[in-house]
Design a protein around this ligand. Structure first.
Ligand code: TXD
Length: 319
């Protein structure tokens, strides 16, 4: 059986990290696409030359032409520009929307059967536009943000509790951005919900609120430190987990920006919700009960995503 083919559309910081991780995990052959000439070819060759040392077999190919992605099983999209300090994710909207139009056309022509994971910001609006520009099934176009946001939350919680990150599960809903909704009631240490841990004296409500806020600001904290771009290691790991769930039909329960057609009272929008990812793409959207406070936070998040989608329609009326 031939190896899976994974196309990386955008070969910058996240794209390069993805390419390396795909090799180390032997997930398939890699095509690195970018508009920058020589860069995807150079990174491909560099990573391929690490394969004898690390002991993996994978073909690497760098390209500036969409025909190279032909027949890809998975496309991971990071094409666009990242944030600089002081920029919000939403400032990127106009530039990255035009990029999504080109990427959508390329995928539609050369990889219409792929599972597409969009990472480009502002995430929820870009994945929504990419699905429309590409015309691929809504089950097969998904946005990565929830795995990363939950990972940040889990990491901070594990540090606070001095327990393994493996024993902390966390739940983050809503749009990727300052309005994301970390659900403390559904986040646990080995099954014990966070509110119970507060009652048990493991932490205080105040400390928990600070961790929630740090999670919301998780991207900006790294942008502020790096100064020249945004996070890329954890975003790449998060997208790999989603790609692996699809390629290996793992049916993982992962938070993802998924197309909603009535779930949570939302129609024709992409918002972060718990999903099941397997060989069918987004196989299921899990609708959990939200209490009043959670519903209010979720609604606020949804309306900010809606504002971005409307701004997209203002720029590209064909959407
Ligand atoms: O959780 C999340 N979803 C995110 C999203 C977490 C972190 C970063 N997030 C966003 O990912 C970030 O705001 C950016 O929009 C993307 C990609 O971030 P990365 O750090 O990889 O950006 P780079 O290094 O600038 O890489 C982008 C590449 C770069 O090589 C450009 O030449 C290329 O995109 N690019 C294009 N490729 C193809 N086609 C077009 N039109 C194009 N324009 C730029």
């Amino acid at each position: 059986m031939a190896r899976n083919k994974i196309a990386l559309i955008g070969s910058g910081m996240i794209g390069g990290t993805l390419a390396h991780m795909i090799g180390l995990k032997e997930l398939g052959d890699v095509v690195m696409f970018d508009i920058s000439e020589g860069m995807p070819q150079g990174k491909s060759l560099d990573i391929a030359q690490s394969s004898p040392v690390d002991g993996f077999d994978a073909k690497y190919h760098g390209a500036n032409d969409y025909s190279a992605i032909e027949g890809a099983d998975v496309c991971i999209v990071t094409a666009g520009v990242p944030r600089k300090p002081g920029m919000s994710r939403d400032d990127l909207l106009g530039i990255n929307l035009k990029v999504m139009e080109q990427v959508g056309a390329g995928i539609k022509k050369y990889a219409p059967n792929a599972f597409v994971i969009c990472i480009t910001n502002p995430l929820d609006a870009m994945v929504w536009a990419l699905q429309k520009f590409s015309g691929l099934p809504k089950t097969h176009v998904v946005g990565m943000a929830g795995v990363l946001d939950s990972a940040r939350f889990r990491y901070f919680l594990a540090e606070e509790f001095k327990v393994s990150v493996e024993d902390v599960t966390a739940f983050v809903l809503g749009g990727h951005g300052d309005t994301m909704v970390p659900l403390t009631r559904y986040s646990t240490v080995a099954g014990i919900p966070l509110p119970d841990l507060v009652n048990m004296g493991w932490t205080s409500q105040e400390k928990l609120d600070q961790i929630v806020q740090r999670t919301r600001d998780g991207g900006a904290e790294i942008v502020g430190l790096l100064k020249t771009g945004s996070a890329y290691y954890a975003p790449a790991s998060s997208a790999i987990q989603m790609a692996e769930a699809y390629l290996k039909d793992k049916k993982r329960v992962l938070p993802a920006a998924a197309h909603l057609s009535g779930q949570y009272g939302v129609k024709d929008m992409y918002v972060g919700v718990p999903t099941v990812i397997g060989a069918g793409g987004i196989e299921r959207i899990i609708e959990i009960d939200l209490n009043k406070a959670e519903q209010a936070m979720f609604d606020k998040s949804v309306s900010s995503v809606q504002g971005l989608c409307e701004a997209c329609i203002g720029i590209a009326p064909n959407l």
